[in-house]
Design a protein around this ligand. Structure first.
Ligand code: KG4
Ligand code: ZN
Length: 383
């Protein structure tokens, strides 16, 4: 099957075309025919976080050019004169920019060999999600192919289960640590597609904490990679600790998290006086250590409480080498032989491959959605 994945839940505009074979299991394989992504991060940098209306505008501006260049890479861009008896004005009435770009593009190109469209319908920023949904709807209607709605977090999970061009060999139950800009959750899956949220953040998400602390330290957006860079400089230079930050809720008898106190603790240090390059590195290191300690502590607690054959880490923050390393070490120490699954670092942050993959498994189960009934769900939960 050939699936087009579309992702616009936050500040990455992405489209990807994959070809897949087999069902969820050892016989599954996929290949990427085309994959394009435009990150708006630099545009949001001055706000220190994602500005929803800017994200919406940029998605609308870039989806058609990205689709075009992706189809070209996939060898699926063929000129043709097409006539559509479709009311694009109504379909795209909320998306003037797409209305201007998409119908002419469709009318000038042959329908590519695509069997199904998978699009993120939540969670995320609703104005941003809507652009992807309206785009997907118009394509599914014009090309007359099924549309599948994908939960963005399930996309992150599915991608962590892949290795090379197939599924990693692992056993259920799977305990997933989902750490992104908007989420910090521990989720238990007894089978593929079942999700039981057993712990979550009560305030800021892990990625949000990285972004806010980076802002306090005068670093760029997204903050995760910036903090991580300074922290590893501190480790390489063996800078001794000069700050101690709290490990919020680490000893409390709950699987929930809280990161806002950590950010407040950093703010207080910053307010005490100007930081030098060295003290910034030390503080970044201590912050990264504190986040890692809490994430690892809660994951091990969940493993002890619920048991799992496999631990999976996913979401943008899972790009963090130090956090991955600490998780791996802690799991090895338990001696239980639990496997750790993580996405390839270049696919840890948002992308459309994860949406295409998750969409495929739903398509196999016949989970297609009526295009006119599809809506953005900013707070969509895994269920
Ligand atoms: O999954 P993602 O791309 O978008 C959401 O679904 O939210 O995650 C983005 C988050 C941002 O907060 C970013 O700062 C964080 O992931 N991030 C990192 C790293 N790379 C990205 N956090 C820590 N270390 C990193 N290397
Ligand atoms: Zn994400």
């Amino acid at each position: 099957m050939r699936i087009l994945g579309i992702e616009t839940s936050c500040d990455e505009t992405a489209v990807c075309l994959i070809e897949t074979q087999g069902s969820f299991g050892p016989g599954f394989s996929f290949s990427i025919l085309g994959n394009t992504l435009y990150s708006q991060a630099a545009l949001h940098a001055e706000y220190g976080g994602v500005f929803p209306n800017l994200a919406k505008r940029e998605h609308a501006r870039n989806l058609v050019p990205l689709l075009q260049s992706m189809l070209k890479d996939a060898g699926e861009l063929e000129a043709a004169d097409m006539i559509y008896h479709i009311d694009f004005e109504t379909l795209l009435e909320r998306e003037p920019e797409l209305l201007q770009q998409l119908p002419p593009f469709l009318e000038r190109h042959k329908k590519p060999a695509i069997d199904c469209i998978a699009v993120t319908h939540g969670p995320g920023l609703e104005p941003a999600l809507w652009v992807g949904i309206n785009f997907a709807r118009a394509l599914a209607t014009a090309w007359d192919i099924p549309l599948v709605a994908v939960n963005h977090m399930e996309g992150h999970i599915v991608l962590s289960m892949m290795a090379g061009s197939g599924l990693t060999h692992f056993e259920f139950p799977v305990l997933s640590l989902l750490i992104s800009g908007g989420h910090t959750e521990l989720v238990l899956s007894e089978t593929f597609g079942s999700y039981n949220i057993i712990g979550q953040t009560r305030d800021d998400a892990a990625g949000e904490a990285f972004d806010k602390v980076a802002r306090l330290l005068g670093l760029g957006y997204p903050g995760g990679p910036e903090i991580s860079r300074l922290a590893s400089q501190a480790r390489n230079e063996r800078l001794t600790k000069s700050f101690i930050l709290p490990r919020p809720m680490i000893h409390e008898d709950t699987l929930d998290f809280s990161f806002s106190g950590l950010k407040t603790a950093v703010r207080k240090i910053v307010e005490q006086g100007a930081l030098t390059e060295t003290t910034k590195q030390q503080l970044a290191r201590e912050f990264e250590d504190a986040v890692a300690d809490v994430l690892v502590g809660k994951t091990i607690r969940a493993l002890e409480e619920y048991g799992a054959q496999t631990v999976l880490v996913s979401g943008g923050v899972s790009a963090n080498t130090h956090i991955r390393l600490c998780l791996g070490e802690a799991l090895a120490k338990t001696g239980g032989g639990t496997r750790l699954l993580a996405p390839p670092p270049e696919f840890a942050t948002d992308n459309a491959l994860m949406i295409a993959l998750a969409g495929y498994f739903h398509a196999l189960e016949g989970d297609s959605t009526d295009p006119s009934a599809l809506v953005a769900r900013g707070n969509l939960k895994l269920a």
